[in-house]
Design a protein around this ligand. Structure first.
Ligand SMILES: [Fe+2]
Length: 143
């Protein structure tokens, strides 16, 4: 298990979980209801991902990073200020973050494959597939 890389991914997921709540609460614009609901589905999914990425480490006898201080120190995804934000800007932020998460999960998948860690590979493939589908949705909303 590539624990350092796994925890770097966990940190980004944790920060994204809070960031999605920020955007869910504070987005404004004509398409507010759709974006508000879409973000809710997204943070529910990513909450599951956070649990999965921590628990797969426990299955290997490792202790995953488990506090906000460490997540903030390790995350490459940036938090946003607490303020109203247009739905257009929300989509731009979400798209950029999804690309970071997709690329990170893809690199992890390939590292884990070299170790023949089949269950972790399967998990990362599931995450990548979801990020790709969400990117399609976001890009379609941006047109
Ligand atoms: Fe809500």
């Amino acid at each position: 298990m590539k624990q350092k890389e796994m925890n770097a991914y966990l940190a980004n997921i944790a920060v994204e979980l809070f960031k999605l709540h920020n955007l869910h609460w504070n987005c404004v614009g004509r398409d507010f209801p759709q974006i508000h609901l879409y973000l809710e589905g997204m943070y529910e999914e990513i909450f599951e991902y956070m649990d999965e990425v921590a628990e797969i480490q426990r299955m290997d006898g490792l202790v995953p990073d488990s506090n906000l201080k460490t997540y903030l120190a390790n995350a490459t995804i940036q938090e946003l200020e607490s303020k109203e934000i247009s739905t257009k800007e929300v989509l731009d932020h979400i798209k950029a973050d999804l690309i970071i998460l997709k690329d990170q999960a893809t690199a992890l998948r390939n590292d884990l494959d070299e170790e023949n860690h089949f269950s972790a590979v399967a998990l990362m493939e599931e995450h990548v597939a979801s990020y790709r589908k969400r990117l399609w949705f976001i890009e379609s909303m941006q047109k």
